[in-house]
Design a binder for this molecule. Sequence first.
Ligand code: 3PG
Length: 211
Amino acid sequence: MRVSDKDLLAHHIIPVVVLEDAADAAPLAAALTAGGLPVAEVTFRTAAAAESIAAMAKHPDMIVGAGTVITADQLDTAADAGASFIVSPGLNAAVVKRARERDLLVLPGAVTPSEIMATLDLGLTLCKFFPAATFGGPGALKSLGAPFRQVRFVPTGGVSAENLPEYLTLPNVAAVGGSWMVKPSLISAGDFDSVTRLTTEAVAAAAAARK
Ligand code: 3PG
């Protein structure tokens, strides 16, 4: 089922999750929800991605999407597993087309003016900005805001609890993506209490930055 961009971006943070074992998906959904952030982008970087999406989507409050979707076939797998939004590191017209066919919200990655213009050409105004820190961080986003007033970004890659306010105080940043509250080391250690604590802190920091 498709999620609206308003619901997806409501907390201004999208946790980027890499799960090696789908058995961790349900406790992770519970930990994120307990921290006030019922959202997860489950990346297609592991064999457990589709099963993890299906398990997380069973949580009644969770908004679960797929990340690192680089082909239309992967998008179909994600949609079949129950993903309600799609994130891609770059722009691929076939992925965007398939997302529309499957009625899914899609956030392609775009970091250069030409990529942003190609995204606009496809009728989209919400982009992932990845890898954010490497491509100029908040300074680059500020500069891109001048010619591209209609575009909102979700910077991801190198975002942390510390630098989150630098991004979220920019008017063209709709949300940030990041893995700092769902680090693979915490998940493999079964330390879901720390996930909830870091998530609670992240949600509070985001709310303070958007005031
Ligand atoms: C992503 O896939 O979007 C990033 O790898 C997440 O970046 P981070 O680990 O630096 O938060």
